[in-house]
Write a protein that binds this ligand. Structure first.
Ligand code: EPZ
Length: 415
């Protein structure tokens, strides 16, 4: 099992290009199920979750190939509507195959998705939407099966602006008969990016990225090429690492518009963040505590709550972080306490009292973003930190250790 060895870091300096977005790429890959043509995605990050989605699509009959910077996904031979048990257990985003399969084949079956480290992760909103589009939903031997002769347009109100449900229903509705309106849709930028690819494929969507999305069903979709947006969560993670070490870093490709909440909070706690022609420039300083409430976009992203907590462990004063999105997303707390952090959890809130010093320790990554938080904490801790179970981290970061090392951080990956 690989692990990261992290020593206390000097101020990070230099510049780095942000990877393209994992959370934009995963639904885009599923779009290949909806056309007999090929779609091309450029700059697809080399991540475990991307490989997992490629394998799942291959099992369904799609051909997924990579050459240099281009991924080609061809759905001509897609025939199977059943994703195997192991895919959903390995990666929640496998559920994003349901909408495309339902639209293309009229059937979709997935293993009933269990929870994961950060929460129960139900898909009731996905299924309620599929039923509104005319699908019959059945549960049998641990599987969920959706079936429809032909999907029809519907007016769907999402009880919660779920990112995955918005994406799944938007994809399914592109081939439904008639018009679909999604009310209270998620507004995360990855949704507008997905709609841009679908539009290039011939779909007729308007309002994506806002809370009301309208989809005019068409009879067929065709091939297209697309370059997914930069990864705002990787960019935010690197911003926080640079600020935590008092560094001066230029993040090429980082988009101010998709990180407004994070930038505002970084400025509030004393860092400087400026827009640069190439992206964002961050300079650290003496950091003071701030309060954070994770909210749906454009609020503070839940995916950066753990890395922000790690930064605030060394800020002056007290911070209160409240996690409104997932019910179990403080898994990094026991690990940060092993490094000397002073954190009290009360329900959905964590009270962080800044300490003068963290000290290196052996800690384990329990999930993707908690793992990134431990690396950030290691950069500011005295002595050596060993982060184990880094496979979690490598599901979402192409090379976090290498990226940080290129900015001067003493971080190395050890098999
Ligand atoms: C997406 O997950 C992201 N994953 C997550 O990123 C991200 O944390 C999350 O959105 C929130 O921004 C991908 O895009 C692949 P949700 P998703 O449906 O779609 C509840 C990472 O670290 N809910 O918006 O699963 C759910 O339980 C990952 O990159 C229902 O109750 O998120 C949760 O409490 C982690 N019923 C809340 O909504 C449903 O049918 C947000 O879930 C669906 C969701």
């Amino acid at each position: 099992m690989a692990h990261y060895v992290v020593e206390k870091s000097p101020a990070l300096r230099g510049e780095i290009t942000v990877q393209r977005s994992k959370n934009a790429v995963l639904p885009m890959m599923a779009c290949c199920l909806m056309t007999r043509d090929c779609i091309g995605l450029t700059g697809v990050p080399r991540l475990a979750d991307v490989d997992c989605m490629a394998s799942l699509l291959g099992d369904l009959g799609a051909q997924v190939t990579r050459s240099r910077d281009e991924m080609s996904l061809c759905g001509a031979d897609v025939s199977d509507y059943c994703t195997g048990r192991h895919w959903v257990e390995r990666m929640r985003a496998s559920v994003l195959a349901m909408g495309p399969l339902l639209a293309r084949l009229g059937r979709a079956r997935i293993q009933f998705p269990g929870g994961c480290a950060i929460g129960s992760r139900p898909i009731d909103l996905h299924l309620k939407g599929f039923a509104a589009l005319g699908a019959h939903i059945a549960l049998a031997d641990g599987c969920i099966e959706a079936e429809a002769q032909r999907l029809h347009g519907a007016h769907i109100y999402l009880d919660f602006p779920s990112v995955g449900a918005t994406e799944n229903l938007m994809m399914a509705a592109t081939l439904a008969q008639g018009t679909t309106v999604l009310e209270n849709a998620a507004k995360e930028p990855e949704i507008a990016d997905l709609a841009e690819l679908l539009g290039k494929m011939g779909a007729r969507i308007c309002g994506a990225g806002g809370s009301t999305v309208t989809i005019e069903g068409v009879t067929a979709l065709h091939g297209a090429r697309h370059a997914p947006m930069p990864d705002r969560i990787e960019a935010g993670t690197l911003l926080l690492c640079a600020a935590a070490t008092g560094g001066d870093v230029l993040l090429r490709g980082a988009q101010e518009s998709t990180l407004a909440a994070v930038i505002a909070k970084l400025r509030e706690c004393g860092a400087r963040v400026e827009r640069d022609a190439a992206g964002l420039r961050v300079r650290g300083g003496e950091l003071t505590g701030v309060d954070i409430e994770t909210l749906v976009y454009p609020g503070f992203p839940t995916d950066l709550q753990a890395p922000m907590m790690a930064l605030l462990c060394r800020a002056q004063g007290t911070s209160i972080l409240t996690e409104h999105i997932f019910e179990n997303r403080f898994m990094q707390v026991p690990q940060l306490r092993r490094m000397g952090a002073s954190i009290t959890v009360r329900g959905r809130s964590a009270i962080v009292r800044g300490v003068c010093e963290l000290h290196g320790a052996h800690v384990s990554a329990t999930d993707l973003r908690a793992g990134a938080a431990l690396v950030l904490a290691g950069l500011t801790a005295e002595g050596r930190t060993v982060v184990t179970d880094v496979a979690h981290i490598e599901r979402g970061y192409v090379d976090l250790a290498g990226s940080l090392a290129s900015l001067g951080a003493p971080v190395r990956r050890v098999e």
